[in-house]
Design a protein around this ligand. Structure first.
Ligand code: ADP
Length: 260
């Protein structure tokens, strides 16, 4: 048609077509980077107002002059939801930042066995609530050079998931071992619902949850394993996942022990 020819002529004479083709790839990367930066900035900016709202809700929650059961209930709900949102925002910040490697490691030498013991003590009440046996196996003490805070978070993510996705009466065990003098492994094994082979590929993706309703009910946001993977990647380690539906799941993390 005439209009078509006119457009074509315009493209040829102005070079619009060429530019568009040339731009198509690079802007994609830029757009992705912009989106990531936006997520990082947004979550960072949300932290302060959220902490103010949380502090206020806690203040109200502890105020003895508030007697109405209805008000108490509402305040409790606000506090719980803000707590969830605070966790989501701080998780989001980690995954959004991680792409440009803004996440830096603070390396020190510490006992990974002690980090595991601490985490298990922390999770013991939760395990008891579900009548789940928490077992600690393997080596007691293995010193490594790594980011202690991040490894605490790492162990917690796996143990927390193991408890979440294991029905009442099951068991969760954490085993520490040294497969070679330079490497350390820990695995978190549960007798839970398991993960299907198709889902095993996806569970490390951001926001991916096999059963959204169930996960949300458990307080999950689908970022735990994405963060775990990022922490392990930053340490140049590997995560291995073995799972059978209805039987249980084992996550194994292997890291270099690092220099003395
Ligand atoms: P969530 O906050 O939903 O737990 P995660 O990123 O930690 O998010 O995990 C992603 C999904 O992987 C979960 O929603 C769950 O479906 C599955 N998953 C993780 N750990 C286990 C486990 N130990 N047993 C069974 N399913 C698991």
């Amino acid at each position: 048609t005439l209009a078509g020819i006119a457009v074509l002529a315009l493209i040829i004479t102005t070079g619009v077509g060429y530019n568009m083709a040339g731009r198509a790839i690079i802007p994609l990367k830029e757009a992705y980077e912009k989106q990531r930066q936006f997520a990082a900035d947004a979550s960072h900016e949300l932290r302060t107002p959220l902490s103010v709202v949380l502090a206020s809700a806690e203040l109200l929650d502890n105020d003895p002059s508030i007697k109405s059961p209805f008000l108490k209930q509402v305040i409790g709900d606000v506090r719980d939801e803000v707590k969830k949102m605070t966790k989501l925002v701080s998780d989001l910040l980690v995954v959004a930042r991680s792409d440009n490697q803004a996440l830096k490691l603070k390396l020190t030498r510490f006992d990974l066995g002690e980090v595991i013991d601490q985490t298990m003590r922390k999770m013991q009440p939760l395990a008891e609530k579900k009548n789940i046996t928490l077992k600690r196996e393997g080596e007691k003490e293995v010193f490594i050079r790594a980011d202690e805070q991040k490894l605490k978070q790492l162990v917690l993510i796996f143990v927390d998931n193991a408890l979440k996705y294991t029905p009442d009466g099951g068991s969760v065990s954490v085993r520490l071992s040294t497969p070679s003098p330079t490497r350390v492994s820990f695995d978190v094994q549960d007798t839970g619902i398991g993960i299907s082979p198709e889902d095993q590929q996806k569970v490390f993706d951001r926001f991916y949850r096999v059963d959204k309703a169930r996960s949300r009910e458990m307080g999950g946001n689908g970022l735990g394993l994405a963060i775990a993977q990022e922490i392990v990647r930053l340490h140049n380690g590997i995560i291995d996942l073995k799972s059978e539906q209805g039987k249980g799941t084992t996550f194994t993390v292997t890291l270099r022990r690092g220099k003395e």
